[in-house]
Design a protein around this ligand. Structure first.
Ligand SMILES: [Zn+2]
Length: 205
C-alpha cells in the first residue's frame, strides 16, 4: 500500500515590529515577523504539529531571512520569542493524533466492556452459550455449547472440529458439528478455564 506521508507548513501569525532595524537597508520600523508551524500528514490528514518556525521580512526593501538559524542580534531574538508566543496554532493540526488517541480510548473501553460481559456470562451460564476454547491436547481452537445448567454445573456438547486459526471459528461453529455426548464441568472449573485463558471467548445470542 502506498502511504502518502508528508509535512506542510501553516502560516500562524505576523507582527510588524516598530523597534527592529533592517540589516539590509537599515530602515527602522519595517520588519515583519512571520510565524509558521509545520504538521505531519498522512493522506492529507494532519497528524500532529512540529515546533514553530519563523522568518523576518523588511516591508521596505523586501529583504528576508530565517529566524531559526541562530546568531540573531538581541532585539531580534527577543521579538522573535514574543511573536512566537503570541502565535497560537490551530487545533486541527492535531486532528490525526486526536483521532488516534480517541480510537485507542474507544478500543480500551470496548475491550473492558467485553471483559465485563464475559465475566457475567461465565458467572451465570445459560443454555446456548458458546465457549471458544483451546483444547488441551490439540493445537488449535474449538467450541463447546452449553446444553444444560444446574446449580453448580454446566453441561456441554463438544464441537468435533478444530480450527488452527481463531478467525476460523465461525466456519466450524455449526450445530451439525457438535457431538451429542454430554460433558459436565463445575462452574468453578469453567471460571478457572476462563481465567487461564483456555476459554478465550463466550458468545451469547
Ligand atoms: Zn530593508
Amino acid at each position: 500500500m502506498l502511504i502518502i506521508f508528508g509535512a506542510r507548513a501553516v502560516h500562524l501569525h505576523t507582527e510588524l515590529k516598530e523597534n527592529l532595524t533592517c540589516p539590509s537597508c537599515e530602515s527602522k520600523g519595517f520588519i515583519e515577523i512571520n510565524i509558521y508551524r509545520k504538521h505531519a500528514h498522512v493522506f492529507w490528514i494532519p497528524l500532529f504539529p512540529f515546533f514553530k518556525s519563523g522568518y523576518a521580512q523588511c516591508q521596505k526593501c523586501n529583504y528576508d531571512f530565517d529566524l531559526d538559524d541562530g546568531g540573531l542580534p538581541d532585539p531580534y531574538e527577543i521579538e522573535y520569542d514574543n511573536v512566537r508566543a503570541n502565535a497560537k496554532g490551530p487545533k486541527w493540526q492535531f486532528a490525526g493524533l486526536t483521532l488516534i488517541l480517541g480510537l485507542i480510548a474507544y478500543a480500551n473501553y470496548a475491550s473492558s466492556e467485553t471483559e465485563a460481559l464475559e465475566k457475567l456470562y461465565i458467572e451465570s451460564p445459560e443454555i446456548g452459550d458458546i465457549y471458544e476454547y483451546k483444547p488441551e491436547l490439540e493445537d488449535g481452537y474449538s467450541t463447546m455449547k452449553v446444553v444444560n445448567v444446574k446449580k453448580d454445573s454446566v453441561f456441554v456438547n463438544l464441537n468435533l472440529y478444530i480450527t488452527n486459526k481463531i478467525s476460523g471459528i465461525y466456519e466450524i461453529e455449526k450445530s451439525e458439528n457438535y457431538s451429542n455426548d454430554i460433558y459436565s464441568f463445575s462452574k468453578e472449573e469453567i471460571e478457572f478455564m476462563h481465567e487461564e485463558n483456555q476459554i478465550i471467548a463466550i458468545e451469547r445470542n
